[in-house]
Design a protein around this ligand. Structure first.
Ligand code: ARG
Length: 572
């Protein structure tokens, strides 16, 4: 462990135990970066009431009991513990971090984490909203795996339901081969709209569609074959998008709505027998306490409609039961649009009533905010139809190529760098704002080489690599020693040491934007260092120390971007 925040937290906890008894040794010490010192601990303020003592007195007792090796502790204000680390200690920790494969990221006690993300609908086009759930979800997967958890990816594909009646009829009308080719190329939305149009305007088509539904649900072989083909070809398009994005989802992770089909009757029975669900106006419903609609009437979660049909809530209840019982989840993350918040609150409440979600399992909705167009409305192209994702990604890449065009790369290199920069920019834009806020999709902003953008960070990496290239040096040859003379060196080293706790925080809070902010601050700390501290031209031993700091910055940036799923070009 090299992260000062984690080390100081341990020391403050030890001091709390010594000063007030072991029951206080697991208290959160509330360590934060400080304006007046390196870090401050705010725990004295939160504990004072419980201990019936003045906060400053509590702070003093902690300071007296604390291990002061390499850290100066001062009490300030109403009872903050200000902590300043010695330069030698920071330098030594940086050398340790450089020697550590994990760069100071602690290994967690492994938990089983199920992450539900992406989940486009086979009956419709994959849209930018799914792009964001895909990108955020994939980052959470990478972070949890890196921290040491067992992650099960679940792509809860919308691949079942009554619309497939009309979609199958439309597929028959068009002819299988034409229909399937179109689906594989991402034409799903237009396909859906055509089917919908016929359904609304053509009585015989409507009737055919309606009678197709029970055939599908009843497992009629010919119908099932068409449905399977429909899904198969639509999946090819999804996989193509995943491939372009470089996300880790494959067919192995598909656990679509259809998978739960055979469990739905049993889910309803179990809920009814447990007295959790009841019949109301012919439908089987759960009324989770605390959810009310208009006129304060209890809000139902309908799990079997009065016509016997099952819906989205039923599938999600089956999924939760499966994830806890079969996948043995300790924690389930649902990376899904914020608009579905009420649905998940009610599903989680119902699953808790049924005992499927018990105290040892947490289910969390990682709410994803909408992506907006320049007009502040949901992102659409000018024609009004929502943009085909592949076209959007192609445009990002060609714009990125234009950005780097004047640097005179060979066409092949330019294409490759353009791909890395274009895709990286789109991903970073999704990740760098807090996941539940909306943001405006804007190519110019996300591709800018300055500011908190993907290209800026990729460029920072390329710049460090070019230092080593110019010196004809290999970063791996600089394990230290590190000595901190200039303030910019100290600030850079301290920022580097914070990598471990930021990765832990992202895993805990499901907030990738914190890692983005951290990497952005790191790149800026490196820039200040580079502007004030010559590296290649410095005299030894300063030169070796600065090269080691540069090598460490390079590795932390590359590792951090990798956790975000962002590739880094060798040059830029
Ligand atoms: N297919 C849904 C949609 O496009 C998202 C599914 C999310 N996952 C879940 N378990 N409900 O909105």
């Amino acid at each position: 462990m090299t992260d000062p925040q984690l080390i100081l937290a341990e020391r403050v906890q030890q001091a709390l135990g010594t000063a007030f008894g072991q029951e206080y040794a697991s208290e959160d010490p509330l360590i934060r970066p400080s304006q007046f010192a390196d870090y401050q601990a705010n725990v004295a303020l939160s504990l004072a009431k419980r201990l019936r003592r003045a906060p400053r007195e509590v702070a003093q007792a902690v300071a007296d009991a604390m291990d002061h090796t390499d850290v100066a502790v001062e009490i300030s204000g109403p009872g903050f513990l200000n902590m300043t680390l010695s330069d030698d200690w920071i330098a030594a920790q940086a050398v340790l971090q450089l020697a550590d494969d994990r760069l100071g990221v602690p290994q967690a006690a492994p938990k089983s984490i199920v992450i539900d993300y992406s989940a486009p609908n086979a009956a419709k086009e994959m849209h930018v909203g799914h792009l964001r759930t895909t990108i955020v979800g994939d980052t959470l997967v990478r972070v949890h795996e890196h921290v040491g958890h067992d992650v099960t990816r679940q792509n809860h594909l919308g691949d079942w339901g009554t619309p497939f009646g009309m979609l199958i009829e439309h597929l028959i009308d068009l002819g299988e081969s034409e229909a399937l080719t179109r689906l594989a190329s991402g034409d799903g939305n237009a396909f859906y709209q055509e089917a919908r149009h016929k359904f609304d305007n053509d009585r015989t088509f409507e009737e055919r569609s309606r009678s197709r539904v029970p055939l599908l649900q009843g497992g009629d072989p010919a119908t099932l074959r068409l449905w399977r083909e429909f899904i198969e070809y639509t999946k090819r398009y999804f996989n193509h998008v995943y491939d372009v994005l470089g996300v880790t989802l494959t067919d192995d992770h598909i656990a679509g709505e259809s998978m739960y089909n055979t469990m739905l009757a049993d889910v309803c029975d179990e809920l009814e027998q447990a007295g959790v669900a009841e019949i109301s106006e012919g439908a089987l419903c759960v009324f989770p306490p605390g959810f009310t609609g208009r006129d304060d009437r209890p809000l139902p979660l309908i799990i079997r409609k009065s016509d016997g049909g099952y819906g989205y809530a039923t599938t999600d209840l089956a999924a939760i039961r499966y994830r806890v019982r079969d996948l043995k989840a300790d924690r389930i993350l649902y990376v899904v649009g914020a608009t579905q918040s009420l649905h998940f609150q009610m599903v989680f409440a119902a699953a808790r009533m049924a005992g499927w979600l018990h105290d040892d399992v947490s289910a969390e909705h990682v709410q994803i905010g909408s992506v907006l167009g320049a007009d502040g409305k949901m992102f659409k192209t000018r024609s009004g139809a929502s943009t085909k994702l592949t076209e959007l990604l192609d445009e990002a890449v060609s714009r990125a190529e234009a950005v780097i065009a004047e640097r005179g790369y060979e066409p092949a290199a330019r294409r490759e760098i353009g791909r890395q920069v274009g895709i990286g920019a789109v991903k970073y834009a999704d990740l760098s704002v807090s996941h539940d806020s909306e943001y405006v999709f804007d190519f110019d902003r996300m591709l800018a080489l300055t500011g908190n953008t993907g290209p800026y960070l990729q460029y920072a990496v390329a710049r460090i690599r070019s230092i080593f290239r110019r010196g004809e040096l290999d970063p791996a040859d600089f394990p230290g020693p590190i000595a901190l003379g200039e303030p910019a060196e100290r600030a850079l080293a301290l920022q580097l040491l914070g990598f471990g706790s930021i990765v832990e925080t992202v895993a805990e809070s499901s907030e990738p934007h914190r890692l983005c902010n951290y990497l952005f601050d790191l790149a800026q700390a490196f820039t200040s260092f580079f502007e004030t501290c010559p590296v290649l031209k410095a005299e030894e031993p300063v030169r070796t120390s600065r090269l080691a700091l540069s090598a460490l910055t390079l590795r932390v940036l590359v590792q951090g971007l990798d956790l975000l799923g962002i590739e880094v070009p060798e040059r830029m």
